[in-house]
Structure formats: structure tokens, C-alpha cells
Write a protein that binds this ligand. Structure first.
Ligand code: AKG
Ligand code: FE2
Length: 295
């Protein structure tokens, strides 16, 4: 069974608190190769050789304004030439942990996003308090309904160096915001004193899985090195509900043969599941489109 760093069954901790910290999901012999690959990729992103980046000043996609990089997108893209990322994403440790948290079998996993969060160089960057899939201004009734939608997937941060950038409000993933929390998320989203906030301290090699509807924010300190792998898997049961969130990131490169060839055997079925989901999502979109009279 998978346990949190404080010795609780990981699935229970995730359900109750909306996040869970787990140790040892990077084999010791993979830590250095991952760090070296991360260095190369960060350099390319900062130098502009790799254009898929998040910039300070733009907290949410599209991240197309600014110069100082706080995130690097698409680490699995073969153009980056860093197969160690797929090796780790598809490693037994990672797959088993995700399967246990999602209560699915490996063949039910859906390959998804794999990015990296890094320290900016010029100034600190405050990512505002948010829930990933619910906008701050939605009325309480709508928030309550949106929080009931199952996730059919999980996302996580794995630190390659010690870091304490993420803040969460534990157990806020299954309830609407209090009036004070609502006021902060709408009017003062960079507030550094959210009631009940908890700073997540990760040692190198530790992973925090979190429900992306937990109230969370991050502070990116330019003086503290951050190279944190930020990834997700879905499950086939409801993978299509995740389509909008996944495909907003532009994943056409995943259709290419040269990408498929880089996948370790453990990711072949999760990849096929993603492709099947993409087709299904596309068909549903086309069916919903009104028939228009063409000239
Ligand atoms: O920096 C982090 O740890 C969180 C990033 C985040 O919340 C996001 O990209 O939506
Ligand atoms: Fe987020």
C-alpha cells in the first residue's frame, strides 16, 4: 500500500485533505539524470531555443507575454531529446502510485501532460490563489455544483531540489469557499495570509499529489532553485471530461510517429487511451456543432 510521508494510507489522505505527500517515487539512480536533463531544458527555455514556456506576468494559459520563465511545457516532446522524462513518467513507481490513488489498473491510465515549474531569474513571481477548474467569480451555487464533478485523473509536483513554493488550504477541494476565502480569491488573490493555509515543503525526490480544485497558490522565489516536475494522468473511465483542459496545451506533436517511438512499453496503452479519447472528444464536438448553410 502507498503511504504519505506522515504514515497515512495515501488514498485516504488524498480524499480527506485534497493533497498527499509521498516519498521515493524517483528511483535513486534516476535523480541525477533527471536533474541533468532538467538543466538542459531550462537553459533552452530561458535562451528562447524552446518556445513552449510560461512567463512571469501570465499566471494562466496562454502564457505568451513576458520574458522571465516560470515553467517549461511538454517535456515529453521528442524535439527536446530527453528520454529520461518518459522513462520516469512511465516508471513502475509512478504508475503504481497513480493507479493506487485513482483506483484503476495500469491499462486504464490515460497519458496526459508533463511540464516543469522553475524559479524565475529576474524577480519573484506570485501565482494567485485559485482552483484550476473553477473561476473565482462563480456564484456559490455554481461552485457547489462544479465541485461535485469527478476528476477522473490526478496531477502532481515532484521536486528535483528541496522547495516550498506551493500553498494549499487543506480539505478545501470538496466545499465552497467561506466568505473570507471568496473575498481573497476575487479581490486580493496574492494575499499571503489565507486563513488555514499550509505551505507544502518538499524534499528533493518527494511528490505532492493534489486535487486541482483545492484552493492553492504558489510563490516562485527567484533566489531559490526550483525544478519541479509537474504532470498528470487521467483514467479511461472519464478521460473525455478532461479533454478541454488537456488539449488547451496544444498536443499535436503527440500524433507524430517519432513521439510514439520514444515511449517506453509501460506508456503504450496509456498513449493509445489518450488517442482514443481525443477521437471521441472530437466526434462529440462535431456532433454538437450546428449545421450551417455553406455558401
Ligand atoms: O507552482 C505550483 O506548485 C502550482 C502551479 C499551479 O497551481 C498551476 O499551474 O495551476
Ligand atoms: Fe493550479
Amino acid at each position: 500500500m502507498l503511504y504519505s510521508t506522515d504514515g497515512r494510507p495515501a488514498h485516504d489522505a488524498m480524499t480527506t485533505d485534497g493533497f498527499v505527500i509521498i516519498d521515493n517515487l524517483i528511483k535513486p539512480e534516476l535523480l541525477e539524470p533527471l536533474r541533468e536533463a532538467a538543466e538542459r531544458v531550462i537553459k533552452k527555455a530561458r535562451d528562447g531555443e524552446w518556445k513552449e514556456r510560461r512567463f512571469v506576468g501570465t499566471p494562466f494559459p496562454p502564457w505568451n507575454e513576458g520574458t522571465d520563465v516560470w515553467g517549461v511545457q511538454h517535456l515529453l516532446n521528442p524535439e527536446l531529446g530527453e528520454p529520461v522524462f518518459a522513462e520516469w513518467y512511465g516508471s513502475e513507481e509512478m504508475i503504481n502510485a497513480v493507479c493506487e490513488l485513482l483506483e484503476v489498473k495500469p491499462e486504464e491510465l490515460q497519458l496526459e501532460l508533463f511540464n516543469m515549474l522553475v524559479n524565475p531569474q529576474d524577480s519573484d513571481f506570485d501565482l494567485p490563489w485559485h482552483r484550476d477548474a473553477i473561476k473565482p467569480k462563480v456564484p456559490a451555487d455554481e461552485e457547489r455544483e462544479l465541485l461535485k464533478i469527478p476528476h477522473y485523473g490526478t496531477q502532481w509536483n515532484t521536486a528535483l531540489y528541496d522547495e516550498s513554493c506551493l500553498f494549499v488550504v487543506p480539505a478545501s477541494h470538496h466545499r465552497i469557499r467561506t466568505p473570507e476565502e471568496r473575498d481573497i480569491t476575487v479581490n486580493d488573490p496574492l494575499c499571503r495570509n489565507m486563513p488555514g493555509q499550509l505551505q507544502v515543503h518538499l524534499k528533493a525526490g518527494q511528490t505532492v499529489f493534489y486535487n486541482n480544485n483545492i484552493l492553492h497558490r504558489a510563490i516562485y522565489y527567484s533566489a531559490n532553485k526550483r525544478a519541479t516536475l509537474h504532470a498528470s494522468f487521467g483514467s479511461t473511465e472519464g478521460g473525455h471530461y478532461r479533454a478541454a483542459n488537456i488539449f488547451q496545451h496544444g498536443l499535436d506533436w503527440m500524433n507524430e510517429d517519432r513521439f510514439v517511438k520514444t515511449l517506453p512499453p509501460s506508456l503504450e496503452t496509456p498513449y493509445k487511451n489518450l488517442q482514443a479519447m481525443s477521437k471521441r472528444a472530437q466526434q462529440e464536438k462535431e456532433q454538437k456543432q450546428p449545421v450551417s448553410a455553406s455558401a
